[in-house]
Design a protein around this ligand. Structure first.
Ligand SMILES: [Mn+2]
Length: 125
């Protein structure tokens, strides 16, 4: 999504030498878990119901330069960008984790409720 908007990617997070060192990759078949700070007032914060969430993490790439028209709305403690959105569209939101695997956790399940709600709104407005 970021590259589509003209942004660029870091190819391998461990090569960045970030501090604190945080595992973003799947280890022994299991997603990593790490905290994510969500920007208050963002669509993401409104959907998830808080400014601090815990993500499951299974990625080695990270957003480097941010694509046109996108706001960074979520970051990990090491500074890795974990979420972007375009506030000018009804719903344009990308997260770097996998809410589809932990949708039973309330904050993550709410992302799918938002998608359904926005899809419903579109037909009525
Ligand atoms: Mn991550």
């Amino acid at each position: 999504m970021n590259v589509h908007r003209g942004g660029t990617m870091h190819q391998f997070i461990p090569d960045l030498g970030l501090s604190p060192t945080l595992e973003h990759r799947k280890t022994e078949g299991k997603d990593a878990r790490h905290p994510v700070r969500v920007q208050p007032g963002s669509v993401l914060a409104g959907a998830m119901g808080g400014a601090q969430v815990e993500s499951n993490s299974a990625h080695k790439q990270a957003m480097a330069t941010i694509g046109k028209g996108l706001n960074v709305v979520a970051t990990a403690p090491d500074g890795v960008v974990e979420g972007v959105e375009d506030p000018t569209l009804p719903l344009w939101l990308g997260v770097q984790w996998h809410p589809e695997r932990i949708h039973q956790e309330q904050a993550h399940g709410r992302l799918f409720k938002l998608l359904i709600q926005k899809a419903s709104d579109r037909g009525q407005g």
